[in-house]
Design a protein around this ligand. Structure first.
Ligand code: SF4
Ligand code: SF4
Length: 206
C-alpha cells in the first residue's frame, strides 16, 4: 500500500483516532478526533477555536495519532502517524460536512459552524501494524516530503550462524538459509530478542 492508501484507510476504515498534543508544561494530552478527509499527502480534521486542543495545535503545529480497528488485540490493525499540522481556516468546512454528514448533529446551523476551523496534517511519517496476520505485518510510510526515520533490526556480516536469534524470535522472521542470517523486516516485532542473545553482537538496531 502507498502513503495515500494508508491515509485513506485511516479516514474510511477507522475514522475516529486518538490524537496526542503537548500542553504548555510540555506534558502529553490525548483527544479523540475524527479524520474527515485525505488526499495523496494529507489528512484533514476539524476543531473549534474555543477548545484547548486548538491552542495546543497552534502552539506546536505538530501532533501524533493512532488509529485502531479490530474487535480485540489479535484482530487489530493500527496506523500511527506523527507530523506537522497547519490551520487552513473554514473554506473546506462545507465539503467536510458533505463528506461527514453526521457533523450536522453536532453543529446543526450555519451560525454554530462559525466556531470551526480545519487543520491539515501535511507532512509526516507513519507506521502500519497488522496483528491479525501471522506473522504480523509491519510497514512504514512517509508523506508530504518528510524524511524516513524508522529504526529496524539488521544482521551484519559478523553473524556466525549460531542460531540463537532464530530460536528466540517470536515471529519466526529470521531467515536462516545463508550466513549472515537476514530479518524479514515486514514481519519483525522490534522486540529486540535477537540483539540481546547474539553472542558476537552481529545484530544492530539501525
Ligand atoms: S527484533 Fe524480535 S521479532 Fe524482530 S527479528 Fe529480532 S527477535 Fe525477531
Ligand atoms: S545470534 Fe547472532 S551470530 Fe547467532 S545466528 Fe543470530 S545473528 Fe548470527
Amino acid at each position: 500500500m502507498t502513503a495515500k492508501d494508508y491515509l485513506n484507510y485511516v479516514v474510511k476504515e477507522i475514522h475516529t483516532t486518538i490524537v496526542a498534543t503537548v500542553d504548555d508544561a510540555g506534558l502529553p494530552v490525548t483527544a479523540a478526533i475524527d479524520m474527515m478527509d485525505s488526499d495523496d499527502n494529507s489528512l484533514y480534521f476539524l476543531t473549534a477555536r474555543g477548545k484547548s486542543f486548538y491552542d495546543r495545535l497552534k502552539n506546536r503545529e505538530f501532533l501524533a495519532l493512532t488509529a485502531m480497528k479490530g474487535e480485540n488485540t489479535m484482530s487489530s490493525v493500527a496506523v500511527s502517524i506523527r507530523g506537522k499540522v497547519r490551520e487552513l481556516g473554514n473554506e473546506k468546512i462545507p465539503m467536510l460536512f458533505e463528506k461527514n454528514p453526521y457533523m450536522r448533529n453536532i453543529y446543526p446551523t450555519e451560525d454554530s459552524m462559525q466556531a470551526l476551523t480545519v487543520f491539515q496534517i501535511y507532512e509526516g511519517t507513519g507506521e502500519w501494524f497488522d496483528l491479525s496476520k501471522k506473522p504480523i505485518e509491519r510497514d512504514s510510510f512517509v508523506f508530504g516530503g518528510a524524511e524516513r526515520n524508522e529504526g529496524c533490526y539488521f544482521i551484519t556480516d559478523k553473524c556466525i550462524g549460531c542460531g540463537s536469534c532464530a530460536s528466540v524470535c517470536p515471529q519466526n522472521c529470521i531467515i536462516t538459509n545463508n550466513i549472515p542470517y537476514t530479518i524479514e523486516r515486514e514481519h519483525c516485532l522490534h522486540c529486540g530478542n535477537c540483539l540481546t542473545v547474539c553472542p558476537v553482537s552481529a545484530v544492530e538496531r539501525r
